[in-house]
Design a protein around this ligand. Structure first.
Ligand code: UDP
Length: 380
């Protein structure tokens, strides 16, 4: 019975959890959080693998990183972080390279021994060779930054596998997520604050939503209870925005992922958390080995390890959306949905699915904190 319910949150990922926590703790109002899955945490969720006791990120690697002090201070109320720094390797034609591209990647691929300055000059010349003055898509942007050989080795095959979209139809913003470095530094992220929650994302979410004013109902589909939501109830919706409007302007493009779990009979399968596979012949995009996210944990088995092979697939209506494809047509459709959303005074859309944006965890928290202040609290 939802009678008299002031706030309903659809989706228990970071956006929903932050909103619920703020509404309960700051507004002092009752809030119901529903999620169609059987756990909270959305795609950030992690839990102990029952066979090995290793903490696994059930929807692929999630590394917390932010340069936003507010976000860091906020999230630190609910968890501490270990000192993990993300480092990624990539496999190409039977060899292993450092990713994102750095001095070692450049020297190894070209079989050179350049200094940082020489490498910077060299890459500039390689990039200029193609004469792209105003890059208009992912491919042109990448080539204008690193030249064609590095693009073809490390970006093209991986990107086609991940997006199954011609890199010339993808926005350049996807590739500007990755830095290019002419030194040996190889942390994946440059953010000031980074780490993995000490006791996992499951525990972090549990602490965020544990409050007498917050009720969580799992395995509850919003579209099955929609008719029962009182008119005055404020709905905070973090599901796909096109689904909310019954696809009235058509379907927005998403990629989904499939993970193949294997318990391997070794205490160390690949020596690091993530190895990318840049060759187009390898069907998976990367392999995650979760034990390496918690080097501080002492109880892990020494003769077994959990790996997930990650496959990227196009996303049907029944699949979980992960990555917005964001072609020009998608942007136009999204804009129509967004406008319709603005006309509903009692519904607020948020997060990756609700705003059709490729947002990292910290950006979702930032968005939720901001919308809470400006659209939830300010409206009272
Ligand atoms: N990318 C690539 N090769 C790599 C890693 C990334 O070409 O080895 C490209 C690819 O297009 C990808 C984008 O860079 O979609 C962003 O990668 P990121 O690691 O940020 O993606 P996420 O971890 O969010 O899946």
């Amino acid at each position: 019975n939802l009678n008299g319910l002031p706030y309903l949150i659809v989706g228990a990922g970071f956006f929903g959890a932050v909103m619920a926590e703020r509404i309960a703790n700051d507004l002092g109002q009752r809030v119901l959080v529903i999620d169609k899955r059987d756990h909270i945490g959305g795609n950030s969720y992690s839990a102990l693998d029952p066979m090995t006791g290793i903490e696994c990120h059930c929807y692929g690697s999630h590394i917390f990183h932010t340069s936003n002090r507010n976000v860091w201070e906020y999230i630190s109320h609910f968890t501490g972080f270990n000192s993990y720094r993300h480092k990624v390797l990539t496999r190409y034609q039977g060899r292993t390279f450092i990713m994102p591209i750095n001095l070692s990647t450049i020297n190894s691929l070209y079989n050179l021994d350049l200094s940082p300055e020489e490498a910077a000059r060299f890459i500039k010349e390689e990039a200029a060779r193609e004469g792209i003055a105003a890059p208009a898509n992912l491919e042109e942007k990448a080539i204008s930054l690193i030249g064609r050989p590095l693009y073809e080795a490390f970006i093209r095959g991986y990107t086609i596998k991940q997006w199954q979209t011609d890199p010339r139809d993808l926005p350049e913003s996807i590739i500007t997520r990755l830095p290019v470095r002419c030194g040996h530094h190889y942390d994946y992220f440059d953010d000031r604050w980074q780490g993995i929650p000490w006791d996992g994302y499951g525990a972090l979410f549990e602490r965020m939503v544990t409050h007498p004013l917050i009720e969580v109902r799992l395995q509850t589909d919003y579209f099955a209870i929609r008719d029962q939501v009182p008119e005055a109830c404020k709905v905070i919706y973090t599901g796909p925005i096109d689904r909310f409007f019954d696809y009235r302007y058509g379907v927005l493009g998403w990629r989904t992922l499939r993970f193949e779990l294997e318990v391997v009979q070794t205490g160390d399968f690949q020596g690091t958390t993530v190895v990318n596979y840049a060759d187009s012949e390898t069907p998976y995009t990367r392999i995650h080995e979760f034990r390496h996210y918690h080097p501080e944990r002492t109880g892990y088995p020494t003769d077994r390890s959990v790996i997930y092979r990650e496959y990227s697939l196009s996303c049907g209506r029944e699949d979980d959306p992960y990555y917005p494809i964001n072609t020009a047509q998608d942007r136009e459709k999204y804009e129509l949905y967004r406008r319709d959303g603005e006309l509903l005074p009692n519904v607020l859309f948020g997060a990756r699915l609700g705003t059709y944006r490729y947002l990292d965890m910290d950006k979702v928290i930032e968005q939720a904190l901001e919308l809470y202040e400006n659209r939830v609290k300010a409206r009272l």
